[in-house]
Ligand binder design. Structure first.
Ligand SMILES: Nc1nc2c(ncn2[C@@H]2O[C@H](COP(=O)(O)OP(=O)(O)OP(=O)(O)O)[C@@H](O)[C@H]2O)c(=O)[nH]1
Ligand SMILES: [Mg+2]
Length: 195
């Protein structure tokens, strides 16, 4: 599945703003600043499609991208950003949870983690919550370019163990080098059932 013809559709801050469900939807989740927006940009080959920032908390709202009417990508705001007020974090949390729980056309949540870091509680919580809800989940370990291949493999195995992830079911990725891009395209095609 090639994701070339893509355009920004809308930013959702309230569930009643959601576009009518129709085409298969893929959501991208993960801690703040982990590289969700960069991953989407790399996947669609458009550097500036989604705003990327060195500062955590860049993406706010649920940003919908339309793939030529065949699927939606949804860039979710990051979680675990301490500098956002507790009230605001709770607001995001409930919006995202309700969206994930009720969206009938959602076919996969890509859970993005930084391969340099050990297993984080919030990622574990999200992964087990998705499992419990029966929502398909695709773990991706990103920023692979920042590590030597030895450390990369060692860290990937530690993340597998920490989150009980089958190593054949996750993808090692880099938005900088494009490592894992084709694997990710194939995996997403199988979730959306679009070639
Ligand atoms: N070297 C390298 N840097 C990356 C990679 N992915 C993201 N980055 C950098 O990490 C920072 C955060 O990237 P974003 O894509 O904005 O992260 P995000 O998860 O969308 O962040 P929020 O929207 O704030 O939650 C930016 O400075 C990116 O350039 C990667 O694979 N390799
Ligand atoms: Mg972002």
């Amino acid at each position: 599945m090639k994701f070339v013809d893509i355009k920004f559709l809308l930013s959702v801050h309230n569930l009643n703003q959601l576009p009518p469900p129709g085409v298969p939807e893929i959501a991208f989740a993960g801690r703040s600043n982990v590289g969700k927006s960069s991953l989407i940009n790399k996947l669609v080959g458009r550097k500036g499609l989604v705003k990327v920032s060195g500062r955590p908390g860049k993406t706010q709202g649920l940003n919908f991208f339309d793939l030529a009417g065949s699927a939606y990508f949804v860039d979710l705001p990051g979680y675990g950003f301490a500098h956002v007020s507790k009230g605001m974090q709770d607001g995001w949390q409930s919006l995202i949870t309700s969206y994930l729980e009720t969206r009938e056309t959602l076919c996969c949540v890509v859970v993005i983690m930084d391969i340099r870091h050990g297993a984080k509680v919030q990622d574990s919580q999200l992964i087990s919550w998705l499992k419990q809800k029966g929502i398909p989940c695709l773990p991706v370990y990103t920023k692979a370019d920042k590590l030597s291949s030895n450390t990369r493999d060692k860290n990937a195995l530690a993340l597998d163990a920490g989150h009980t992830i089958d190593r054949t079911q996750r993808i090692i990725f880099s938005a900088k080098t494009g490592q894992g891009k084709e694997e990710l395209e194939r995996a997403l095609a199988s979730f959306t059932k679009i070639d």
